[in-house]
Design a binder for this molecule. Structure first.
Ligand SMILES: NC(=O)c1ccc[n+]([C@@H]2O[C@H](COP(=O)([O-])OP(=O)(O)OC[C@H]3O[C@@H](n4cnc5c(N)ncnc54)[C@H](OP(=O)(O)O)[C@@H]3O)[C@@H](O)[C@H]2O)c1
Length: 288
Protein backbone atom coordinates (compact mmCIF):
# COMPACT_ATOMS: atom_id res chain seq x y z
CA UNK A 1 0.00 0.00 0.00
CA UNK A 2 1.13 3.55 -0.73
CA UNK A 3 2.60 5.59 2.12
CA UNK A 4 0.12 8.39 2.88
CA UNK A 5 0.85 11.88 4.19
CA UNK A 6 -1.44 14.72 5.25
CA UNK A 7 -0.86 18.47 5.03
CA UNK A 8 -3.49 20.05 7.30
CA UNK A 9 -4.58 18.26 10.47
CA UNK A 10 -8.10 19.71 10.58
CA UNK A 11 -11.47 18.00 10.36
CA UNK A 12 -11.07 16.27 7.01
CA UNK A 13 -7.34 15.60 7.29
CA UNK A 14 -7.69 14.05 10.74
CA UNK A 15 -10.79 12.00 9.91
CA UNK A 16 -9.31 10.62 6.67
CA UNK A 17 -5.96 9.87 8.29
CA UNK A 18 -7.57 8.06 11.22
CA UNK A 19 -9.98 6.09 9.05
CA UNK A 20 -7.41 5.10 6.45
CA UNK A 21 -4.94 4.09 9.12
CA UNK A 22 -7.60 1.89 10.71
CA UNK A 23 -8.16 0.28 7.27
CA UNK A 24 -4.47 -0.65 7.10
CA UNK A 25 -3.12 2.26 5.04
CA UNK A 26 0.27 3.44 6.34
CA UNK A 27 -0.13 7.09 7.31
CA UNK A 28 3.50 8.10 7.72
CA UNK A 29 3.60 11.89 8.13
CA UNK A 30 1.42 14.84 8.99
CA UNK A 31 2.10 18.58 9.03
CA UNK A 32 -0.15 21.46 9.95
CA UNK A 33 -0.06 25.21 10.44
CA UNK A 34 0.29 24.61 14.17
CA UNK A 35 2.63 21.87 15.28
CA UNK A 36 0.21 20.88 18.09
CA UNK A 37 -2.50 19.94 15.53
CA UNK A 38 -0.03 17.69 13.70
CA UNK A 39 1.22 16.29 17.01
CA UNK A 40 -2.28 15.44 18.27
CA UNK A 41 -3.18 13.62 15.08
CA UNK A 42 0.13 11.76 14.76
CA UNK A 43 -0.16 10.61 18.37
CA UNK A 44 -3.37 8.75 17.50
CA UNK A 45 -1.86 6.93 14.51
CA UNK A 46 0.70 4.16 14.87
CA UNK A 47 3.80 4.86 12.72
CA UNK A 48 2.87 8.46 11.92
CA UNK A 49 5.36 11.29 12.50
CA UNK A 50 4.34 14.87 13.15
CA UNK A 51 6.69 16.83 10.91
CA UNK A 52 7.38 20.54 11.12
CA UNK A 53 7.06 21.43 7.44
CA UNK A 54 4.75 20.61 4.57
CA UNK A 55 7.88 19.80 2.56
CA UNK A 56 8.72 17.00 4.98
CA UNK A 57 5.35 15.37 4.22
CA UNK A 58 6.01 15.68 0.49
CA UNK A 59 9.46 14.15 0.96
CA UNK A 60 8.14 11.17 2.95
CA UNK A 61 4.76 10.20 1.51
CA UNK A 62 3.90 8.63 -1.85
CA UNK A 63 0.34 9.97 -1.78
CA UNK A 64 -0.11 13.40 -0.17
CA UNK A 65 -3.52 14.74 0.82
CA UNK A 66 -3.59 18.54 1.04
CA UNK A 67 -6.40 19.03 3.57
CA UNK A 68 -5.98 22.73 4.30
CA UNK A 69 -8.76 25.30 3.78
CA UNK A 70 -9.54 25.75 0.06
CA UNK A 71 -7.84 29.14 -0.15
CA UNK A 72 -4.52 27.72 1.06
CA UNK A 73 -4.28 24.70 -1.28
CA UNK A 74 -2.76 26.58 -4.23
CA UNK A 75 -0.05 28.20 -2.11
CA UNK A 76 0.82 24.87 -0.43
CA UNK A 77 1.04 23.30 -3.89
CA UNK A 78 3.28 26.04 -5.23
CA UNK A 79 5.53 26.34 -2.17
CA UNK A 80 6.27 22.60 -1.95
CA UNK A 81 8.79 20.72 -4.09
CA UNK A 82 7.14 17.66 -5.61
CA UNK A 83 8.77 14.85 -7.49
CA UNK A 84 7.99 12.70 -10.49
CA UNK A 85 5.67 9.80 -9.80
CA UNK A 86 4.35 11.27 -6.55
CA UNK A 87 0.57 11.56 -6.08
CA UNK A 88 -0.96 14.79 -4.75
CA UNK A 89 -4.63 15.17 -3.94
CA UNK A 90 -6.85 17.86 -2.40
CA UNK A 91 -10.32 17.53 -0.91
CA UNK A 92 -12.02 20.73 -2.04
CA UNK A 93 -15.43 20.45 -3.69
CA UNK A 94 -15.23 23.70 -5.63
CA UNK A 95 -11.69 23.47 -6.99
CA UNK A 96 -10.39 21.20 -9.70
CA UNK A 97 -6.95 19.69 -10.15
CA UNK A 98 -5.94 22.98 -11.83
CA UNK A 99 -4.83 24.41 -8.48
CA UNK A 100 -2.32 21.55 -8.21
CA UNK A 101 -0.63 22.63 -11.45
CA UNK A 102 2.79 23.20 -9.77
CA UNK A 103 2.76 19.56 -8.62
CA UNK A 104 1.67 18.37 -12.07
CA UNK A 105 4.48 20.39 -13.68
CA UNK A 106 6.98 18.64 -11.40
CA UNK A 107 5.81 15.28 -12.73
CA UNK A 108 3.40 14.36 -9.93
CA UNK A 109 -0.02 12.81 -10.62
CA UNK A 110 -2.76 15.07 -9.26
CA UNK A 111 -6.31 14.44 -8.18
CA UNK A 112 -9.32 15.56 -6.18
CA UNK A 113 -10.98 13.46 -3.50
CA UNK A 114 -14.08 15.30 -2.28
CA UNK A 115 -16.35 13.74 0.31
CA UNK A 116 -19.88 15.00 -0.45
CA UNK A 117 -20.78 15.29 3.20
CA UNK A 118 -20.94 17.87 5.96
CA UNK A 119 -18.43 17.32 8.75
CA UNK A 120 -18.62 19.57 11.79
CA UNK A 121 -16.10 17.54 13.82
CA UNK A 122 -13.64 14.70 13.38
CA UNK A 123 -15.85 12.29 15.37
CA UNK A 124 -18.89 13.15 13.26
CA UNK A 125 -16.84 12.85 10.06
CA UNK A 126 -15.77 9.34 10.98
CA UNK A 127 -19.39 8.37 11.75
CA UNK A 128 -20.83 9.91 8.58
CA UNK A 129 -18.23 8.88 6.00
CA UNK A 130 -19.60 5.39 5.25
CA UNK A 131 -22.40 5.71 2.68
CA UNK A 132 -21.25 9.18 1.57
CA UNK A 133 -20.42 9.88 -2.05
CA UNK A 134 -16.88 10.83 -3.04
CA UNK A 135 -16.45 13.02 -6.11
CA UNK A 136 -13.20 12.05 -7.79
CA UNK A 137 -11.14 13.82 -10.41
CA UNK A 138 -7.92 12.17 -11.50
CA UNK A 139 -6.30 10.38 -14.37
CA UNK A 140 -5.41 6.75 -14.99
CA UNK A 141 -3.72 4.91 -12.13
CA UNK A 142 -4.39 7.65 -9.55
CA UNK A 143 -8.13 7.47 -10.28
CA UNK A 144 -8.00 3.72 -9.57
CA UNK A 145 -6.15 4.37 -6.27
CA UNK A 146 -8.71 6.97 -5.19
CA UNK A 147 -11.57 4.65 -6.13
CA UNK A 148 -10.05 1.93 -3.96
CA UNK A 149 -9.60 4.35 -1.05
CA UNK A 150 -13.17 5.67 -1.29
CA UNK A 151 -14.49 2.11 -1.41
CA UNK A 152 -12.37 1.17 1.62
CA UNK A 153 -14.04 4.05 3.48
CA UNK A 154 -17.49 2.63 2.64
CA UNK A 155 -18.16 5.43 0.15
CA UNK A 156 -19.89 5.63 -3.20
CA UNK A 157 -18.19 7.22 -6.20
CA UNK A 158 -18.83 9.74 -8.91
CA UNK A 159 -16.26 10.97 -11.37
CA UNK A 160 -16.22 14.65 -12.33
CA UNK A 161 -14.48 16.68 -14.99
CA UNK A 162 -12.62 19.85 -14.00
CA UNK A 163 -15.24 22.04 -15.74
CA UNK A 164 -18.10 20.57 -13.72
CA UNK A 165 -16.61 21.18 -10.28
CA UNK A 166 -18.00 24.62 -9.50
CA UNK A 167 -21.58 23.81 -10.50
CA UNK A 168 -21.31 20.50 -8.61
CA UNK A 169 -20.23 22.42 -5.51
CA UNK A 170 -22.95 25.06 -5.91
CA UNK A 171 -25.47 22.19 -5.86
CA UNK A 172 -23.91 20.86 -2.66
CA UNK A 173 -24.17 24.30 -1.05
CA UNK A 174 -27.86 24.54 -2.00
CA UNK A 175 -28.66 21.07 -0.59
CA UNK A 176 -26.57 21.40 2.56
CA UNK A 177 -25.83 24.97 3.64
CA UNK A 178 -29.06 26.51 2.42
CA UNK A 179 -31.04 23.83 4.22
CA UNK A 180 -29.47 25.27 7.38
CA UNK A 181 -30.54 28.74 6.21
CA UNK A 182 -34.11 27.56 5.56
CA UNK A 183 -34.41 26.07 9.03
CA UNK A 184 -33.00 29.28 10.52
CA UNK A 185 -35.53 31.37 8.60
CA UNK A 186 -38.35 29.15 9.89
CA UNK A 187 -37.19 29.22 13.52
CA UNK A 188 -36.75 33.01 13.32
CA UNK A 189 -40.38 33.29 12.19
CA UNK A 190 -41.42 31.41 15.31
CA UNK A 191 -39.92 34.27 17.31
CA UNK A 192 -42.78 36.45 16.11
CA UNK A 193 -45.13 34.36 18.27
CA UNK A 194 -42.67 34.04 21.12
CA UNK A 195 -41.38 30.45 20.94
CA UNK A 196 -37.69 30.31 21.93
CA UNK A 197 -35.24 29.29 19.19
CA UNK A 198 -34.32 25.98 20.88
CA UNK A 199 -37.93 24.94 21.21
CA UNK A 200 -38.69 26.06 17.66
CA UNK A 201 -35.75 24.02 16.32
CA UNK A 202 -36.82 20.98 18.34
CA UNK A 203 -40.36 21.29 16.97
CA UNK A 204 -39.37 21.82 13.33
CA UNK A 205 -36.67 19.15 13.12
CA UNK A 206 -39.05 16.16 12.98
CA UNK A 207 -40.73 17.92 10.04
CA UNK A 208 -37.34 18.34 8.33
CA UNK A 209 -36.44 14.71 9.04
CA UNK A 210 -39.83 13.53 7.77
CA UNK A 211 -39.33 15.53 4.57
CA UNK A 212 -35.87 14.06 4.01
CA UNK A 213 -37.22 10.57 4.71
CA UNK A 214 -39.97 11.15 2.12
CA UNK A 215 -37.46 12.40 -0.46
CA UNK A 216 -35.47 9.21 0.14
CA UNK A 217 -38.37 6.75 0.19
CA UNK A 218 -41.06 8.31 -2.02
CA UNK A 219 -38.88 10.53 -4.21
CA UNK A 220 -39.33 13.89 -5.92
CA UNK A 221 -41.93 14.96 -7.13
CA UNK A 222 -44.27 12.53 -5.33
CA UNK A 223 -43.04 13.55 -1.86
CA UNK A 224 -44.11 17.18 -2.27
CA UNK A 225 -46.96 18.14 0.07
CA UNK A 226 -48.40 21.50 1.15
CA UNK A 227 -50.44 24.30 -0.40
CA UNK A 228 -48.57 24.49 -3.71
CA UNK A 229 -48.81 20.72 -4.23
CA UNK A 230 -52.59 20.97 -3.54
CA UNK A 231 -53.16 24.16 -5.51
CA UNK A 232 -54.40 25.99 -2.40
CA UNK A 233 -53.85 29.49 -3.72
CA UNK A 234 -55.92 31.04 -0.90
CA UNK A 235 -53.42 29.72 1.65
CA UNK A 236 -50.50 31.16 -0.32
CA UNK A 237 -52.26 34.56 -0.35
CA UNK A 238 -52.69 34.33 3.42
CA UNK A 239 -48.98 33.50 3.86
CA UNK A 240 -47.96 36.50 1.76
CA UNK A 241 -50.27 38.79 3.73
CA UNK A 242 -48.99 37.51 7.09
CA UNK A 243 -45.33 37.70 6.04
CA UNK A 244 -45.86 41.23 4.77
CA UNK A 245 -46.67 42.21 8.36
CA UNK A 246 -44.46 39.83 10.37
CA UNK A 247 -41.32 39.50 8.24
CA UNK A 248 -41.44 41.56 5.03
CA UNK A 249 -37.76 40.86 4.34
CA UNK A 250 -38.68 37.18 3.86
CA UNK A 251 -41.21 37.82 1.10
CA UNK A 252 -38.76 37.69 -1.80
CA UNK A 253 -37.31 34.37 -0.63
CA UNK A 254 -40.80 32.93 -0.02
CA UNK A 255 -41.97 34.01 -3.48
CA UNK A 256 -38.85 32.69 -5.26
CA UNK A 257 -38.99 29.30 -3.56
CA UNK A 258 -42.73 29.10 -4.17
CA UNK A 259 -42.22 29.73 -7.89
CA UNK A 260 -39.55 26.99 -7.99
CA UNK A 261 -42.00 24.63 -6.24
CA UNK A 262 -44.76 24.99 -8.86
CA UNK A 263 -43.04 22.79 -11.51
CA UNK A 264 -42.59 20.08 -8.86
CA UNK A 265 -46.32 20.23 -8.06
CA UNK A 266 -47.12 20.05 -11.79
CA UNK A 267 -44.82 17.04 -12.18
CA UNK A 268 -46.58 15.35 -9.27
CA UNK A 269 -49.82 15.82 -11.20
CA UNK A 270 -51.98 17.14 -8.35
CA UNK A 271 -52.40 20.58 -9.94
CA UNK A 272 -53.16 21.48 -13.55
CA UNK A 273 -51.68 24.23 -15.70
CA UNK A 274 -54.57 26.58 -14.84
CA UNK A 275 -53.89 26.24 -11.07
CA UNK A 276 -50.16 26.60 -11.72
CA UNK A 277 -50.79 29.87 -13.57
CA UNK A 278 -52.94 31.19 -10.71
CA UNK A 279 -50.20 30.32 -8.17
CA UNK A 280 -47.58 31.93 -10.40
CA UNK A 281 -49.51 35.17 -10.71
CA UNK A 282 -50.03 35.36 -6.91
CA UNK A 283 -46.38 34.68 -6.17
CA UNK A 284 -45.13 37.08 -8.84
CA UNK A 285 -47.22 40.04 -7.61
CA UNK A 286 -44.81 42.31 -5.80
CA UNK A 287 -47.21 43.68 -3.16
CA UNK A 288 -49.71 40.85 -2.56
N1 LIG B 1 -15.60 20.01 6.73
C1 LIG B 1 -16.35 19.60 5.74
O1 LIG B 1 -17.55 19.38 5.91
C2 LIG B 1 -15.74 19.31 4.38
C3 LIG B 1 -16.43 18.46 3.52
C4 LIG B 1 -15.88 18.15 2.28
C5 LIG B 1 -14.66 18.71 1.90
N2 LIG B 1 -14.00 19.55 2.75
C6 LIG B 1 -12.71 20.09 2.29
O2 LIG B 1 -11.66 19.61 3.11
C7 LIG B 1 -10.61 20.58 3.17
C8 LIG B 1 -10.31 20.86 4.63
O3 LIG B 1 -11.48 21.34 5.25
P1 LIG B 1 -11.70 21.16 6.84
O4 LIG B 1 -13.16 21.35 7.08
O5 LIG B 1 -11.03 19.95 7.29
O6 LIG B 1 -10.93 22.47 7.35
P2 LIG B 1 -10.32 22.72 8.81
O7 LIG B 1 -11.00 21.87 9.82
O8 LIG B 1 -10.30 24.19 8.99
O9 LIG B 1 -8.83 22.18 8.68
C9 LIG B 1 -7.87 22.79 7.88
C10 LIG B 1 -6.52 22.58 8.53
O10 LIG B 1 -5.51 23.10 7.66
C11 LIG B 1 -4.46 23.55 8.46
N3 LIG B 1 -3.72 24.58 7.73
C12 LIG B 1 -4.08 25.85 7.43
N4 LIG B 1 -3.12 26.45 6.71
C13 LIG B 1 -2.13 25.53 6.56
C14 LIG B 1 -0.86 25.55 5.91
N5 LIG B 1 -0.42 26.63 5.25
N6 LIG B 1 -0.11 24.43 5.96
C15 LIG B 1 -0.52 23.34 6.61
N7 LIG B 1 -1.71 23.26 7.26
C16 LIG B 1 -2.52 24.34 7.22
C17 LIG B 1 -5.09 24.09 9.74
O11 LIG B 1 -4.12 23.78 10.69
P3 LIG B 1 -4.03 24.14 12.26
O12 LIG B 1 -5.13 23.35 12.92
O13 LIG B 1 -2.70 23.64 12.60
O14 LIG B 1 -4.21 25.61 12.39
C18 LIG B 1 -6.38 23.29 9.87
O15 LIG B 1 -6.31 22.32 10.86
C19 LIG B 1 -11.11 21.81 2.40
O16 LIG B 1 -10.58 21.75 1.09
C20 LIG B 1 -12.62 21.61 2.37
O17 LIG B 1 -13.24 22.20 1.23
C21 LIG B 1 -14.51 19.87 3.99
Amino acid sequence: MLKLGFIGAGTIGSSLALQLSSKGYPVVAVSSRHQTSAGNLAQAICGCSPVNSNQAVADTAELVFITTPDDVIASVASQTKWHRGQRVVHCSGADSTDILEPARKSGACVGVFHPLQTFASVKQAIENTPGSTFALEAEGPLLKILQTIATALGGRLIELKANDKVVYHAAAVIACNYLVTLVKLATDLWQTFGIPINQATEALLPLVRGTIHNIETVGIPECLTGPIARGDSGTIKKHLGALQKAAPDLLTTYRELGLKTIPIALAKGRIDEHQAEELRSILEQSNQ
